[in-house]
Design a protein around this ligand. Structure first.
Ligand SMILES: [Zn+2]
Length: 284
């Protein structure tokens, strides 16, 4: 007992001195974030026949519509665009966010619009009521734009959440995507789908290895990026890079699917379609 007590003290502070309240809060937040990331809370065994690859876009910059969507469509594929309605139309120093008409355009062209909260907060900073408000605001925003647009898929802003907010948000959507790299295969956590970044640090070999890995285990690989432009930001990529990644995945026998379609392929969609869809509509 003595040894354990000393270890704990060493973990959260120096020696036996009481740790600062701020330090305890930070430790609690870190532990909670780790639990959300590593403890599977909504598990399902994937039953897909073919390896799957999804291309997803977060926030979303308008170049993802201008350059990204046509690249996908050129290869007969569609993507999932996780949009925070509160960012729509905003001009930032290094990017222009998609407009409301741009969102409708994506939807009409068969792409999936996913939820990325309304104002893009770090979920760890929200209490339950604030997260409910974020989800309700984003649903209302898109319902206003297109009544037939239902947000079924969610991506965590910054890829992270507290454990409590993860449990809350996973009850409101069919799937929630994080940013922990890896292939979704075998037992999949729908509360924190894994996803690999495509950004300044991602080269073609790395993408090819990741796709090879998905093929090797018949898994589901989800990529995420932001802008798609000839001169992308550090969290985006070029149209050529995206095109090459899609072509490689195709060449390796992968199906390119939206996240919603990926869920169908792994057998995660509910059998009682009608009653479940109502729940997503109402934001419960
Ligand atoms: Zn984001």
């Amino acid at each position: 007992m003595e040894a354990n007590g000393a270890e704990t003290a060493g973990l959260i502070g120096e020696g036996r001195e009481a740790p600062e309240p701020g330090a305890i809060r930070r430790l609690h937040r870190k532990l909670s974030r780790g639990l959300a990331q590593y403890v599977a809370t909504r598990r399902i065994r994937a039953k897909n026949r073919e390896p799957l690859v999804s291309f997803t876009f977060d926030d979303v910059p308008d170049t993802a519509l201008i350059h990204g969507a046509p690249v996908l469509e050129g290869q007969g594929a569609r993507g999932t665009f996780y949009i925070a309605g509160g960012l729509c139309g905003r001009t930032e120093p290094d990017r222009q966010l998609i407009s409301s008409p741009g969102c409708i355009e994506l939807h009409r062209r068969g792409h999936e619009i996913g939820c990325h909260t309304f104002s893009h907060p770090d979920l760890q900073t929200l209490d339950a009521a604030a997260l409910s408000m974020e989800i309700a605001s984003n649903r209302a925003f898109f319902r206003e734009l297109a009544p037939d647009l239902v947000l079924e898929s969610f991506a965590y802003p910054y890829g992270r959440s507290s454990f409590a907010r993860k449990l809350q948000v996973q009850a409101c959507f069919r799937s929630c995507r994080g940013n922990r790299a890896g292939v979704n295969g075998g037992m999949v956590d729908l509360g924190m789908l894994r996803a690999m970044a495509i950004d300044y640090a991602t080269d073609r070999d790395r993408v090819a290895r990741a796709i090879d890995g998905a093929v090797g285990c018949n898994g589901w690989l989800i990529f995420f990026t932001h802008d798609v432009a000839p001169r992308p930001t550090w969290i985006g990529c070029t149209p050529q890079f995206l095109d090459a990644a899609i072509a490689y995945a195709r060449g390796r026998g992968c199906e390119i699917v939206t996240v919603r379609e990926g869920l169908r392929r792994i057998g995660a969609l509910p059998t009682r379609e009608g009653s479940e869809s109502e729940a997503w509509h109402d934001g419960r």
